[in-house]
Design a protein around this ligand. Structure first.
Ligand SMILES: [Zn+2]
Length: 146
């Protein structure tokens, strides 16, 4: 199973040079995604009851209320991508969690006419030994930097 999953991940990430690099956690211990090209906007992904919540955070990791901002989410596989239904409220965006081992691809726009920023998250729910968190929001590899 492990080998199968690894080859699947390799297939999916071919061309994604940044895959698995620099996992960062936010103020709510969620996974930080880059929603800008200059660190001015981030998404913080947390999980509750089988759903993922994406909050917007500014350059100082302070919450941003979604206004014209939009996020779309796709999971599934490259051969059969599945668009996920996303809901938006004052606290951010909510989307059904992808299946274990799938990539969640998010496309963020600050305004309708804005530039599309793509962020990816490998939804690996394998529990990490040292921190007891699922791998998708484990930052053990980042400890050296702190
Ligand atoms: Zn860990």
């Amino acid at each position: 199973m492990k080998t199968k999953l690894t080859s699947l991940i390799l297939a999916l990430t071919a061309g994604f040079a940044l895959a698995h690099e620099g996992i960062e956690l936010g103020p709510n211990k969620g996974r930080i995604l880059e929603f800008s090209t200059d660190e001015t906007m981030h998404g913080e992904v947390t999980e509750k009851g089988g759903k993922l919540h994406i909050a917007l955070l500014d350059k100082d990791m302070k919450p941003v209320k979604p206004e014209a901002h939009s996020v779309t989410a796709t999971a599934g596989t490259r051969q059969a991508p599945v668009k996920l239904e996303i809901t938006k409220d004052e606290s951010g965006f909510t989307v059904p969690a992808p299946k274990e081992g799938e990539w969640l691809i998010m496309q963020y726009k600050e305004t309708e006419a804005g530039k599309t920023i793509t962020a990816r998250l490998l939804y690996d729910t394998t529990v990490c030994g040292p921190c007891e968190k699922p791998e998708w929001r484990c930052a053990c590899g980042e400890k050296e930097k702190k």
